[in-house]
Ligand binder design. Structure first.
Ligand code: ADP
Ligand code: MG
Length: 730
């Protein structure tokens, strides 16, 4: 009896068909328990002396430095609260350069002088902790200094409690810095960028007579992801090691019928969504929207927006909990940008705006012409920042996974451009044309349509899904961010770029205001200059088209297909100046970021190559050989009974075609080895490029043959779950 290769697949299919939705009880009113596991202002008010409470709130709301003298009282209150809730351990929860979060738990338990066990947590434990920094990526920073790093409490995000089946842990959101104060994490640059944006936005606002004392960026990240049954996942070594399928033939039905987007949500998946939302509500994460995405087995969740720092932490928690809760539902959570070839990949649309402490959204068109002048000023400063720093922004979204979206023929393209929509475009075009020269500024404002801008906010009809950076009425949507990435780096880059543009804007507005006593005219003059200066970054057409590539090249826009050349932008004078001037990265910090991201890219691809070779040698080739042997056996049997002529020739040709595919696969593997040899060098940049092009192409060649084999090898011999099974069986 010949051995079959698909027992695993059959087992998985049988598991999947038996699954039922997991129930966690009927829904409770979310507002009853929202934030119950967070140390909220309400808890603080209850637990802290009034003066301490006020001082802490000031630190949280306005970014004031923490008054160290209140730390003991805060630590005491936090401990009381956490222990009442059943926490036994605490951890500084931080975001090292791995892109995910890190934690090292310590128990509250100590043994006092009399040998008594008691729970203790003091100010120093709240404020600072010293994990061993040497095992986190630092991009060479520690080589020049020393291996010490410490985490420091960042009070801008509420302290929270994580539940797990056998206990609870108090988590203290923290930043991670070296002993000498250099960043070792993703969060610190983000906090610095928000501060820089604040200072410069206030300069502009003061010219408009605003009383705001703080400006901060806001973020609502739409998170896309895939789910497949964990039984299939367990049988795909490529998914387990790399997060994406390295081989897999296109299923007969993919996303062609467009029947998945916003379709009714399958019961098992809905049960999963309800449970993770329940968990996130407890942690004070305001998840708002859930729906099916375009690709089969692809979904999205989006929160109500928050300040960029809190939203970034909450997105990390979201990704973490999605993974954990999926497991409870026997689902595997896939956060990779391109888990399946041939169907849409996943992104994280970063909806971004700027808001004042008195609640004004600075990208919201206003009710009056004056407010709308201010709106245009902030809009144009954003365009200016994005135009000038397209390179830094492209670098901020680079990574091995995103190369499959941005560099390939998929939304959004690698060219950074901004979409404004018809209504705004018309207004900017009119301003540029300057038809109204000589008219009073009031008449101009009316004739240009500026007095009635609020309609734009409602005009969501002309959405452009191909733009990497689209204005959507009262915010921009940075769509090119990778689904698995932390939002910290892209948002820090955007904040820095726009902060710089606002600084320049303030200077130019001040100069213009000196020339005339007509405020509107002075502002309009500057707006007009900016409209002209930023025209090249505006694009309303189809971002996937070849015409756009050509047009963008003519406009001098960057088109960086892959990670190595995108990261190289971090070494340009422009980018260095932006980051050092804004204080977001010091020169050595930026250099270390460049190195560690380049290294990460190479490592990602090395892992993919190893996984691909393993899967080909241990799964694909053995199946192909068995299949070949079966047909050869049948041919031999035919010959043995004396049948020859056409019948035999046809079947011989069948064996020959399988044999040819096997030979082609072998030769593609040799090609991969050659490409790897060529890529071997100590020069990181050369190595990364060789992986991005030579090695990637060689991998694609291997895949091509594997996918052909998948479509001819007997189904009973194929060991790997197929696309149609992973994507459609729930
Ligand atoms: P879409 O049609 O793109 O789904 P939504 O209005 O549902 O648009 O918003 C998508 C995301 O944008 C949500 O997470 C929402 O909270 C966020 N968002 C809305 N306004 C802002 C803002 N001012 N700043 C940042 N994010 C925002
Ligand atoms: Mg959106």
């Amino acid at each position: 009896m010949s051995t079959t290769g698909n027992q695993g697949r059959l087992w998985a299919i049988s598991e999947v068909t038996k699954r039922t939705p997991r129930t966690i009880g009927n829904g409770h009113k979310a507002s009853d328990y929202f934030g119950c596991n967070t140390f909220t202002a309400k808890v603080m008010a209850e637990k802290l002396p009034k003066a301490v409470y006020k001082s802490l709130l000031k630190t949280i709301k306005s970014g004031h430095k923490l008054d160290q003298s209140i730390a003991p009282a805060v630590a005491h209150a936090v401990k009381e609260w956490a222990i009442e809730k059943g926490a036994t351990h605490y951890t500084h929860w931080f975001q090292p350069n791995t892109g995910i979060t890190a934690e090292k738990h310590d128990t509250f338990l100590t043994i006092d002088g009399d040998g008594q066990a008691i729970e203790r947590f003091d100010a120093s434990q709240l404020i600072q902790s010293e994990p061993d920094a040497s095992s986190f990526p630092s991009g060479g920073l520690r080589a020049t200094f020393e291996a010490r790093g410490y985490t420091a409490w960042d009070p801008s995000t509420p302290i929270f409690i994580m539940e797990s089946p056998n206990g609870k842990t108090l988590c203290i959101p923290s930043v991670f810095i070296s002993y000498y104060g250099q960043v070792l994490d993703k969060k610190t640059p983000l906090l610095r960028s928000d501060e820089y944006l604040c200072q410069n936005a206030l300069k502009v606002l003061s010219l408009f007579g605003s009383k705001a004392t703080r400006v901060f960026s806001t973020l609502g990240p739409e998170q896309e992801y895939f789910l497949i049954d964990e039984a299939f996942y367990a049988l795909r070594p490529d998914l387990v090691s790399t997060g994406r399928t390295l081989i897999g033939a296109k299923p007969p039905k993919g996303q062609e019928l467009e029947d998945q987007y916003f379709g009714s949500i399958k019961a098992r998946v809905l049960a999963f969504m309800q449970e993770f939302e329940h968990e996130l509500f407890k942690l004070g994460v305001p998840v708002k929207t859930r729906h099916n995405e375009v690709a089969p087995a692809q979904f999205e969740t989006a929160p109500i927006f928050e300040s960029v720092s809190v939203a970034t932490d909450h997105n990390q928690l979201t990704m973490d909990l999605l993974r954990q809760v999926a497991k409870r539902h026997n689902l595997a959570f896939l956060i990779h940008e391109k888990p399946f070839a041939g169907i849409n990949g996943s992104g994280k649309h970063n909806n971004w705006s700027m808001a004042t402490d008195d609640g004004e959204n600075l990208l919201e068109p206003g009710a009056t012409p004056e407010k709308n002048l201010q709106f245009l000023v902030f809009l144009l400063a954003t365009l200016k920042g994005v135009y000038r720093h397209q390179g830094a922004l492209r670098a901020a979204i680079a990574g091995s996974g995103n190369d499959h979206r941005l560099g390939a023929n998929e939304a959004p393209p690698a060219i950074i451009s901004a979409f404004l929509g018809q209504a705004l475009t018309k207004i900017l075009d009119n301003i540029e044309a300057g038809k109204l020269k000589g008219a009073t500024s009031e008449k101009q404002v009316i004739a240009l349509g500026i007095s009635k801008l609020p309609e734009i906010a409602k005009d969501n009809t002309d959405r452009n899904r191909t733009s990497p950076f689209a204005f959507t009425g009262n915010k921009f949507e940075f769509r090119a961010v990778a689904s698995s990435a932390s939002t910290a780096t892209p948002m820090a880059t955007l904040n820095a770029a726009v902060g710089e543009a606002l600084s320049e804007m303030a200077t130019r507005l001040s100069a213009s205001l000196k020339k005339t006593s007509d405020f509107d005219k002075a502002v309009m003059d500057v707006i007009k200059e900016y409209v002209v200066e930023t025209k090249a970054i505006r694009f309303e057409g189809n971002g996937y088209s070849d015409e756009w590539r050509e047009e963008a090249a003519k406009r001098g826009l960057l088109n960086l297909a892959k990670t190595p050349e995108s990261l190289a932008q971090l070494k340009t004078k422009e980018v260095k100046t932006l980051f050092t001037k804004s204080g977001v990265y010091k020169a050595d910090e930026l250099e270390s970021r460049y190195h560690l991201e380049l290294e990460r890219y190479i490592k990602d691809l090395e892992i993919e190559v190893a996984a691909l070779k393993e899967i080909v040698n241990t799964a694909v080739l053995p199946a192909a050989f068995k299949h070949q042997a079966q047909i050869a056996g049948s041919v031999a049997a035919l010959a043995a009974v004396g049948l020859d002529g056409d019948a035999l020739a046809t079947q011989k040709a069948e064996v020959a075609s399988v044999a040819e595919l096997i030979a082609a696969l072998k030769s593609a593997l040799t090609g991969l080895d050659h490409a790897l040899e060529k890529a071997e060098t100590d020069n990181l940049e050369k190595k990364a490029s060789a992986f991005a092009y030579g090695v990637s192409e060689a991998m694609a060649a291997v895949r091509e043959v594997c996918d052909k084999l998948e479509l001819v090898v007997e189904d009973g011999l194929w060991p790997l779950p197929k696309y149609r099974e992973m994507l459609f069986l729930f």
